[in-house]
Design a protein around this ligand. Sequence first.
Ligand code: BGC
Length: 245
Amino acid sequence: MGEVLGIDIGGSGIKGAVVDTESAALVSERMRVDTPQPSTPEAVAGAVKQLVEMLGYSGAVGCTFPAIVKRGVMHSAANVDKSWIGTDGQTLFQETVGMPFVVLNDADAAGVAEMTFGAGKGRNGLVILLTFGTGIGSAVFLDGKLVPNTEFGHLHLKGKEAEARAAARIKDEKDLTWSQWAKRVNEFLMHLEFIFSPDLFIFGGGVSKRHEKFFPFFTLNTEVVPAQFFNDSGIIGAAMAAAGR
Ligand code: BGC
């Protein structure tokens, strides 16, 4: 399978594009619809259908979701409506859209794209990709193999979940300067560094585009690189999952 639609569902937006899964290139326009509020399963499935129609696509679809996803079923719902917990999202999307879906965690999808084509290509050892957006997502790779559904954004730091202190959303909500936010992110990275001794951190999410603004404040010893596909990693990884790569 060459060209497959990848969809990335986030807390605020649902983005999609058709991806050449052999090269990671986006071969259609990248389109976005707002994540419905409240983000109930039915409302989100309707928005996904709308996006598929906007792109004029038919075929297999790969789709990320910002939660623990096991065999298509969501097992958490930090930044989406709680009624997702226990919902078989894969079957719901398939039935609503009328096309075959593969659903996986958003950070895992981003990680697979970055390890195959991007910032982690050819990197062995322990690689941790983190995405900073509405929440903090994580993907862990040992010698290129994914350990799925890690949830490092929910580790507690200074009495709060890491994502409640250091997600990109918090920077905006609290109007933090780059250095103030970087200090919070640095604490989180140093904590992960101490616990896992990784060989590489890949920094993802839309904010990774502005990495020159905050990377200089990091004081950890582990190498940190921005995601090569920035915020498109999830779309690419989703398409790869549906293509069976
Ligand atoms: C969720 C993760 C997700 C991350 C990024 C967290 O709140 O628990 O599953 O990967 O946000 O969207």
